[in-house]
Design a protein around this ligand. Structure first.
Ligand code: ZN
Ligand code: ZN
Length: 453
């Protein structure tokens, strides 16, 4: 923990720079280069452009077993540019911003890695420490292509963290997701003179939407299906020959989601058949739910409690209170909660949740995660309020908490082979009878332009 403190000022600076770069998925050139530069300077060797992802990299220190990996992310979200002030004030209107705090995520993970490397050197610890620079978490499934490239194959345990509004362990949970673009091709015609000669791609979209709505009753109630129409035709007097829907489907279980997804594909095919249009389906992303690990969760909980939370300075408390004024009063959480660590809770599929490509890693390697209180209590990820927090001291202090918890957990794994094998045993147990498969077609390459269409 002392080693983390020694390096924290440097990585807070890195987190501020990445916050300012605010680069979106697969375009995180400056953010990735900065982290690479920091880790190289600290003595890690670099492998860049991993898995056909120009901004993906692996930084390695040491050799032999065990292989302990820490995940880093650094992509921003569209439209969430926001200054670190408690009222809505974009730095650049409409520009991307770090509303998920991945500037802190990538920098905090690097801070942990550098501290663990110092510890390994001083104490002559054998084993391999890796930092995975993983691009495009937000809708690009960057880690799925890395898994396919085999770069996690020899890893014993993966550690990760995510900005949050509480200090807690993240073992299991999150929703499996598949997202796709459905494009229907019809025949254009004058909508008044010769509608009989047209075949409407928009009709197909609307029938597909209806099919989804009727199916919604007959899927488990923890499922989520949401869609938008990104192209519905050019003008009312032209039968649309092109229409596009983007759709996400989610479920707490990857296996359940696979079944729902097959039904969604049938609905799309049915809509094309009914309207005599043709269908083109492009899978955009696919993330698995996170497989928990009880052996790792126990140790992680103990370690996070050892690190403890933090109390706001008077200036931070003032910022937090002002920021909470922008939230509905029932959501404004208790500011004192950042000083505490949440008890370890069993996974509840009814808890509101999102999705992450960390899930895919957890289907392949024993994985454990931390949440740290980087967002003012009550602030949700993917909001301008979250961007405000991740660019200032509240977010940065949470990042240091996470780095310490990651670092001392890595220390435990390097010094206790029994913990590594217990993590493996729990993983085998959880994966019994399950096979990992992603909906992303096997020959698909990373969608480097997915944010620009
Ligand atoms: Zn996010
Ligand atoms: Zn995130």
């Amino acid at each position: 923990m002392k080693l983390v403190d020694q390096h924290s000022a440097e990585y807070i600076e890195t987190s501020k720079k990445i916050w300012q770069f605010a680069e979106m998925g697969y375009h995180e050139e400056k953010s990735s280069a900065l982290l690479q530069q920091d880790l190289k300077a600290a003595g890690f060797s670099l492998e860049t452009g991993v898995a056909g992802e120009p901004t993906g990299f692996i930084a390695t220190f040491g050799q032999g077993k065990p292989v302990i990996a820490i995940l880093g992310e650094f992509d921003a979200l569209p439209g969430l540019s926001q200054a670190s002030v408690p009222d809505r004030s974009p730095v650049v209107s409409g520009a991307p911003g770090h509303g998920c705090g991945h500037n802190l995520l990538g920098s905090g993970a690097a801070l942990a890695a550098v501290a663990v490397k110092d510890y390994m050197e001083t104490n002559h610890v054998t084993g391999t420490l890796r930092y995975y620079g993983t691009p495009a978490e937000e809708g690009g499934s960057g880690k799925v292509y890395m898994i396919r490239a085999g770069v996690f194959r020899d890893v014993d345990v993966v550690l990760h963290w995510h900005p949050s509004n509480a200090n807690s362990i993240q073992s299991g949970g999150m929703l499996a997701i598949v997202s796709a673009r459905f494009t229907f091709h019809g025949v254009a015609a004058h909508a008044a003179i010769s509608p009989d000669r047209g075949r409407s791609a928009l009709d197909a979209i609307m029938l597909m939407g209806n099919g989804i709505e009727f199916m919604r009753e007959h899927v488990p109630s923890t499922s989520r299906i949401h869609y938008i129409i990104t192209n519905g035709g050019a003008a009312p007097n032209i039968v649309p020959d092109l229409a596009t829907m983007e759709l996400y489907a989610r479920s707490p279980s990857l296996i359940t989601l696979d079944n729902i997804w097959k039904r969604i594909e049938k609905i799309a095919e049915g809509a094309a058949m009914m309207t005599e249009t043709t269908l083109e389906t492009k899978i955009q992303s696919s993330d698995a739910n996170i497989v928990g690990n009880d052996a790792l969760a126990k140790v992680a909980q103990k370690n996070l409690e050892e690190v403890g939370g933090f109390t706001y300075t008077p200036a931070e408390a003032k910022f937090a209170q002002d920021l909470q004024k922008s939230l509905p009063p029932e959501f404004a959480g208790n500011l004192e909660s950042t000083a505490t660590v949440q008890p370890l809770k069993p996974y509840d599929p009814n808890m509101p949740s999102a999705s992450t490509d960390v899930g895919d890693v957890s289907w392949n390697v024993p994985t454990i995660g931390f949440g740290a209180a980087t967002f003012v209590p009550g602030v949700a990820a993917h909001s301008w309020q979250a961007t405000a927090c991740t660019g200032m001291s509240i977010g940065q202090r949470g990042m240091v908490i996470a780095a310490k918890a990651l670092a001392i957990t890595a220390e435990d794994l390097f010094s206790d082979p029994k913990l590594v094998s217990a993590a493996r045993a729990d993983f085998e147990l959880k994966m019994k009878g399950k096979n990992y498969a992603s909906q992303i077609p096997p020959n698909q390459t990373p969608p480097l332009d997915y944010r620009s269409h």
